[in-house]
Design a protein around this ligand. Structure first.
Ligand code: UT7
Length: 333
């Protein structure tokens, strides 16, 4: 039997500043009632100026390292997922590495937006299974609050997204029992790039920054909410079914489903489609909004620390987002 990758530590970190729906009412034509009804979100966290996704990732990483009861010097590879890196380049992998004082080891950046954690988990899983690395730090973190359009024009997105970071440590299951990552399944459809994207800045424009750039405001993320909603509600259950079939599992075998926290209505539709009791679906979007790549590791850490997920439980992850990209993973904890 192949060595499986075990998640041996988790951590999450969110900024302390709470932004309620009522706070957003003051900035744009929206209401607490609309946001709750359409998304299930009550509040989200925003960073203070000067804080980047690498800072949230670093804090989450420290907590995951502590939880795994390892010394940070034992980490031999870093994978970082974000759509909101501190800089256009380089990615945050190397910045997190430097903050941890781990110069020299490899640091890989994953750019798969809301599905970033599952894509990154899949990469980590392959490295562990093939004995390439022994202790991988996987971080996923986002700072979105600094580049949302808080006018009426951008209200569909501005109310949804929040800042936060999550991290996990992956190690080989030396006992070779049934625990570990059982499989990961990745999908994408690049025909829908413009359904959810931040179009600019783009090196295709020469010069990249011009009067036009500031006038057109294409530097704010844009989303065709209805299309994304429809596709997310279909593709996430589809990815879960593929994952269960691959492992010869039925929906009754699943102890918990952790969907990317995109919109609580989407999570409920995914549950209905899969006929999984809603109590088995981990949901925390009410408190954090949609934190993109960080939403699954934040929810996972909360569920583990709250003893909702217990040793031996079968947990299925699924996500959908910009790209489009989507995917699933089955883990026995
Ligand atoms: O993270 C992965 C990717 N993201 C997602 O999965 C998000 C997917 N999409 C969604 O969650 C939903 O489409 C939204 C929450 C963004 C919007 O909800 P919806 O039920 O699809 O609303 P809608 O876009 O159909 O808009 C309904 C109305 C529109 O007004 P009219 O045209 O009916 O007069 C919007 O202009 O709601 C309006 N609206 C708002 N009203 C108050 C849009 N945003 C807001 C707002 N406050 N924040």
């Amino acid at each position: 039997m192949n060595t499986k990758a075990l998640i041996t530590g988790t951590g999450h970190f969110v900024p302390s500043k709470v932004v309620t729906n009522f706070d957003l009412e003051k900035k744009m034509d929206t209401s607490d009632e609309w946001i709750r009804q359409r998304s299930g979100i009550v509040e989200r966290r925003h960073v203070e100026p000067g804080v980047g996704s690498s800072d949230l990732a670093y804090e989450a990483a420290l907590l995951a390292i502590e939880d795994a009861k390892i010394d940070k010097s034992e980490i031999d590879f870093i994978i970082a997922a974000t759509l909101s890196p501190d800089h256009y380049f380089p990615g945050i992998g190397v910045i997190v590495q430097a903050k941890l004082g781990l110069s020299g080891i490899g640091a890989l950046d994953v750019r798969n937006q809301c599905t970033g954690f599952i894509y990154a988990l899949s990469v980590a899983d392959q490295y562990i299974k093939t004995h390439s690395y022994k202790r991988i730090l996987l971080v996923a973190a986002e700072v979105q609050s600094s580049n949302l359009n808080y006018s009426d024009e951008g209200r569909d997105m501005a109310v949804l997204f929040g800042d936060g970071g999550g991290a996990v440590i992956l190690e080989p299951n030396e006992k070779n029992d049934s625990r570990g990552i059982l499989s990961t399944h990745l999908f994408s459809d690049g025909r829908f790039v413009s359904d959810l994207w931040m179009e600019k800045p783009s090196p295709k424009d020469n010069p990249t920054f011009s009067e036009e750039f500031f006038k057109n405001k294409k530097f704010f993320p844009e989303m065709d909410g209805r299309n994304v909603f429809k596709n997310a509600s279909e593709k996430m259950p589809e990815a879960v079914r593929i994952a269960l079939k691959h492992n010869d599992l039925s929906i009754d075998d699943v102890d918990h489903l952790i969907p990317h926290q995109a919109n609580d209505r989407i999570s409920q539709m995914v549950a209905r489609s899969l006929k999984i009791p809603i109590e088995k679906v981990i949901r925390n979007i009410d408190r954090f909004g949609n934190t993109t790549s960080a939403s699954i590791p934040i929810a996972m850490d909360e569920a583990l620390k709250g003893r909702i997920i217990k040793e031996g439980d079968i947990v299925v992850l699924t996500a959908f987002g910009s790209g489009y990209t989507w995917g699933s993973a089955v883990i026995q904890f």
